[in-house]
Every structure is written in structure tokens, then in C-alpha cells.
Design a protein around this ligand. Structure first.
Ligand code: GTP
Ligand code: MG
Length: 194
């Protein structure tokens, strides 16, 4: 996959608009502000392919990008308290609607902030991926905010909390500094090739 060939495809505001999967998909899921859009940008070495904001709730639609026959899916975040009930419901509809469809999922990258314990919603997300036997990896984001020693400690704590199997890749990432990016690219490449 040549990362320079990435292109924005389309945004969707309601899950029934989503076209069937015509390509293997790599989806990015996680709570609001965890760094999904930033990670996508970093993977493609682009500043503003996906929109990033300090304010949680930036990505309010499902956004498709494609690169050499693989589709990348930037999902809205879950768990942001400070939006209206209607908006929360719309995001939940999008996320659940996406995962409840028969998508051709090559890999779900489930993002969790390395600084904190996983939230109930993070636990639910990962339990769902596990139960549905979907291929997934966990990206621990914002590693640049911790020392190397704290990163090791948090990685072990989160692995325990999320009860991750040995074979689930757990990647310490920083979209600021680039940690974990090559490892994620390799996982994505292997998943996309099947
Ligand atoms: P929603 O679209 O609202 O769900 O958020 P998101 O998960 O897409 O997060 P986004 O990429 O918009 O990033 C949220 C904030 O975190 C921004 O201010 C980013 O600059 C910051 N951020 C993301 N990744 C990192 C990282 O690796 N390190 C640091 N220090 N900040 C990060
Ligand atoms: Mg986003």
C-alpha cells in the first residue's frame, strides 16, 4: 500500500446511507477525543486528511477514505457527555449501525487513552469485538504524555483490565511523536492482504 494514494471518499450522517462494503475495511473506534482522526492522519503522513479538534466530538459523521483498494473508516467517538441527547443518539446510531451491518472488516483499531483506565464504554467496545470474533488491535494513544516507564506500566494494566488475549496486538502509539506508527501500518497491511 502506498500511503500517498489515500483519498477522501465520502461522509455519512446516518448508517442506512452506508453503501455495502466493496473493499476490505479498517475501522477506527474509540471514545471522543482519544485521537482516532489524528492517528489516521499520522498513518498517512497528512496534516488534515481527517479533521482533528481539541474539542471532543469533532468527527460527527462516518468518514470513508480509500488507499490502494483498502477503505479506512473514521468513526465518531463515543462517550462524550457534553452534547445533546439527540446528538448522542445520532452518533450511537452511526457507530452501532456500522458494526451491525455485514461489513467486510479486515481490522478494527480500538483506541484507548494510555493515561487512564479504560472506560465502561471502552470495555464494552472490546468485549463486543471479542464476542463478534472480529479481527482487532488495540492502540494505546497519546503515549508522548507519559514517560517510558509509565507507558510500560499502563500497557500492562490496560491489558489486564481489558482481559486481552495474547494474540491481540496492543500497540503503544503517539500521533505526536510517531511511536507505534510503523507497527500499526504493518498490522493494517497484513490484515488488508488477508
Ligand atoms: P472525535 O472525532 O471527537 O471522536 O475525536 P478523535 O478521537 O478523532 O480525536 P482527535 O484526533 O480529533 O484528537 C483529539 C485531541 O487529541 C486533539 O487536540 C489532538 O491534537 C490530540 N491528540 C491526538 N493524538 C495525540 C497524541 O498522540 N499525542 C498528543 N499529545 N495529543 C494527541
Ligand atoms: Mg475524530
Amino acid at each position: 500500500m502506498n500511503i500517498n494514494n489515500v483519498a477522501f471518499e465520502r461522509s455519512f450522517g446516518i448508517s442506512s446511507q452506508l453503501p455495502p462494503s466493496s473493499l476490505p475495511e479498517i475501522a477506527f473506534a474509540g471514545r471522543s477525543n482519544v485521537g482516532k482522526s489524528s492517528l489516521l492522519n499520522k498513518l498517512f503522513n497528512r496534516k488534515s486528511l481527517a479533521k482533528v479538534s481539541q474539542t471532543p466530538g469533532k468527527t460527527a459523521t462516518i468518514n470513508f477514505f480509500s488507499c490502494d483498494g483498502v477503505r479506512f473508516v473514521d468513526l465518531p467517538g463515543y462517550g462524550y457527555a457534553k452534547v445533546s441527547k439527540a446528538e448522542k443518539g445520532r452518533w450511537a446510531e452511526l457507530i452501532e449501525g456500522y458494526f451491525n451491518q455485514e461489513r467486510n472488516l479486515a481490522l478494527v483499531v480500538s483506541l484507548v487513552d494510555i493515561r487512564h483506565a479504560a472506560s465502561d464504554l471502552d470495555e464494552n467496545m472490546i468485549a463486543f469485538l471479542q464476542d463478534a470474533q472480529l479481527p482487532y488491535a488495540v492502540a494505546l494513544t497519546k503515549a508522548d504524555k507519559l514517560s517510558r516507564q509509565q507507558q510500560i506500566k499502563q500497557k500492562a494494566a490496560l491489558k489486564r483490565q481489558l482481559a486481552l488475549d495474547e494474540d491481540v496486538p496492543l500497540v503503544v502509539c503517539s500521533s505526536e511523536k510517531g511511536d507505534g506508527i510503523d507497527e500499526l501500518r504493518a498490522l493494517i497491511g497484513a490484515a488488508a492482504r488477508g
